[in-house]
Design a protein around this ligand. Structure first.
Ligand code: 5RP
Length: 236
């Protein structure tokens, strides 16, 4: 691992562990997806094991989150069984100054939006590289699409001014298939002046299940950054 990648990992771990400290006994916890949230899930499992907290249940946002939760001894439940989610901890690919996000780097944004939007407190965990002035500057908007609708949805997204690209698998030939059995179009926009409007416009295209713009959902952003040599967490 390069020194820069090692530093990013250090920040992700710190911020994930910091978020896990916010969970108290008896809480229903939305478990996000990705490498930063993975540290939060591991830390939650550790806190359960050493008796610091008890009686929590997790709602996973993906197959990955569910596997990790089981590995770390976190009991799981579903939205059929609970009436509230106390806290959700999830990562992001971009965060703007208004706490709006682009998510879906792990193709889990559909379930993530369901779970994160139901949480009383939705905490986003990121390293400093995810902060942007305007959404879309570094990352395309992931759009989950029914496989039979990929062609018309691609055309509709182009009409909205985007450049859609079907996400392809790594160590797997062909497209990425989501946990729901759908495909993902990553859509690059030159600029996203009104994220709320674009979120609606994309979701209005028949065949689109959900897109990775998360507008007005996050309550708190925990950012891992270096102050000199020292890794710290800033809440914003
Ligand atoms: C998955 C996501 C992730 O939260 C996002 O991609 C950030 O991942 P990481 O913490 O690995 O940087 O939205 O769909």
């Amino acid at each position: 691992m390069t020194p820069a990648a090692e530093q990013t990992k250090q920040l992700k771990q710190l911020v994930g562990e910091t978020a896990a400290q916010r969970v108290t006994s008896g809480m229903v916890v939305g478990l996000g997806t990705g490498s930063t949230t993975a540290f939060a899930i591991a830390a939650l499992g550790e806190r359960l094991k050493n008796g610091e907290i008890s009686n929590i249940v997790g709602i996973p946002t993906s197959f990955q989150a569910s596997v990790l939760a089981k590995k770390h001894g976190i009991p799981l439940t579903t939205l059929d069984e609970v009436e509230r989610i106390d806290i959700a901890i999830d990562g992001a690919d971009e965060v703007d100054p208004h706490k709006n996000l682009i998510k879906g780097g792990g193709a889990a944004h559909t379930r993530e939006k369901v779970v994160d939007s139901l949480a009383e407190l939705f905490i986003v965990v990121v390293d400093q590289s995810k902060l942007v002035e305007r959404l879309g500057s570094t990352f395309p908007v992931p759009v989950e699409v029914l496989p039979m609708a990929v062609a018309p949805v691609t055309r509709a997204l182009s009409k909205l001014g985007g450049i859609p690209e079907l996400r392809m698998g790594v160590k797997k030939d062909g497209p990425v298939i989501t946990d729901q059995g759908n495909m993902v179009l990553d859509v690059k926009f030159d600029a996203i002046p009104d994220p709320a409007q674009l979120e609606q416009q994309i979701n209005n295209i028949p065949g689109v299940l959900e897109n990775g713009l998360f507008v007005g959902l996050a309550h708190e952003i925990l950012v891992g950054k270096f102050q000199g040599e020292q890794p710290v967490v800033i809440s914003q």
